[in-house]
Write a protein that binds this ligand. Structure first.
Ligand code: 2F8
Ligand code: CA
Length: 129
């Protein structure tokens, strides 16, 4: 049965918060199918907005092309970041290349984790005008 996905509007973009969990890559494919991409965070307001939803959720940030070179899914380099203390640490199996929002700690937001983990995810579609 087809269930219409709910998108939320915030400051120039529409956001989809998943209700199931997938790997980072499958999450990105899901966003692409909707004409969107994994969320790109470029303001404090957007960071505050996106962390309101899931306890953990994939965002559109990865260094899987080149270790330590963090890139947004639109190819732009990371300028404003919200890493938790000690992150990114490439910790589990030295294989943490994808970024999740986590809100166990109110002081921080991002953790690098293995891309093959299954997480909730957030898609963003810019309102085109
Ligand atoms: O303590 C931070 C550390 O916590 C976990 O590893 C034990 C995270 N792993 C997963 O979420 C799978 C690390 O990414 C995180 O850095
Ligand atoms: Ca980590």
């Amino acid at each position: 049965q087809f269930v219409q996905k709910k998108w939320l509007y915030f400051s120039g973009s529409f956001y989809y918060i998943s209700t199931t969990m997938k790997t980072w890559q499958s999450s990105q494919y899901d966003c692409w199918r909707e004409g969107a991409d994994l969320v790109i965070i470029n303001s404090n307001e957007e960071e505050q907005f996106t962390r309101k939803f899931a306890k953990k959720a994939w965002i559109g940030l990865t260094d899987r092309v080149r270790e330590g070179s963090w890139k947004w899914v639109d190819g732009t380099p990371l300028t404003r970041s919200y890493w938790c203390t000690g992150e990114p640490n490439h910790y589990i199996r030295r294989n943490e290349d994808c970024v999740e929002i986590q809100k166990f700690d109110s002081e921080c937001s991002w953790n690098d984790a293995e891309c093959t983990n299954e997480n909730y995810w957030i898609c963003e579609k810019k309102l085109d005008i």
